[in-house]
Design a binder for this molecule. Sequence first.
Ligand SMILES: *Cc1c(COP(=O)(O)O)cnc(C)c1O
Length: 404
Amino acid sequence: MTRNDIDFGTMAIHQEHTDGHHAHLAPIYASSTFTFDSVEQGMRRFSGEDAGYIYSRFGNPTTDATAQAIADLETWHILNPDGSPLRARALLTSSGQSAMSTLFISCLNAGDGILATPSLYGGTHEFITKMLPKFGIKAFFSDMTDADELEKILKDKPEIKLIHFESPANPTMQCIDIKLVVELGKKYNKLISVDNTFSTPYLQQPFKYGVDYVFHSTTKFLNGHGNAIGGVLVGRDLTAMETYVHQTHKLLGVNSNPFDAFLVLQGIKTLPLRMEQHCRNAMDVAMFLDQHPQIAQVHYNGLPTHPDYEISKKQMRHAGSVMSIELKDGYDKAIDFVNKLQICTRAVSIGTVDTLVSHPASMSHAGIPREIRLKTGITDGLIRISVGLESIDDLISDLEQALG
Ligand SMILES: *Cc1c(COP(=O)(O)O)cnc(C)c1O
């Protein structure tokens, strides 16, 4: 059996790593530097003639094992046009934020433009609008739902080099038709990147549609247990990944570390199991909340009433475990509801084994003026839920008593 015959769950468990002592699991290589037997060997490592490690900011066996495990899952069962298995390379980063910034800084030069959807992770949106202009890189936005409008921007703005989006995206779980964006983007020779954090490769593989780069905040579902901040940048252009993307990663100094890499590697083994249960619970929670008299709206792409239900169904295995809900009575009622929760955890972030609930208007987005906040869909009564793996009966009882 080749690696392309095995199931996703098998691949998630049987991770490859190099270790001379036959360790069962990838060891934590807590070593900042690696020794040379001779000056000549050092020379060969620096020239690339000898593949050995040099210094952990440039590469480390534990971080590389984790990066490659994610690259393998992102390319699982995807074939090149010639029938050979698609390969990708990955770099583990200190955070999801640095996976994103490494990608953008690697691919974009002064004078270039980036086209993105407006509903992005807050840190990505700020990086595009506040940091990239400092380097002469212009930001353009399109919701990418209208093919004609998207094509017009691509035609009118030849400086756009990279198209970037998330699907599903906060706060309304808007989904982008990946196939459509890739078809148009490639017609105009654009690079395309997807932040696949909400989906993970288990639910959605953007490489299947021909995107160039995928990145994640591994802090979320890939780790799954909420014990490490991290990110990963995966690219299908192996030459780019091994040259200028790796160089940017080294020069920005955004490497992860062996301990966090080890934690993510353990988390990945249960990714398929966890995602199945996350999604099953999320569907039950969404259906319960959708019929509750206190709830004005449930934004969950797994509900047939969601505007992107069909797109989501087409490109995702299940709809994911993140949703937002809007309480009828707004700000005060939302705060009261979140305070009354007994099982769900009051915290920002997503993708942990326990259910996380946050109220953006009073927490993560409290610093944003109300009119601007409302424009991005963050209403006073909006609550974000990342549904965990608890018993569904306990979860529903908790939500019910908090709403009552
Ligand atoms: C959390 C998150 C990020 C940023 O990741 P960090 O690990 O916090 O740096 C980026 N994109 C999405 C969709 C996220 O949820």
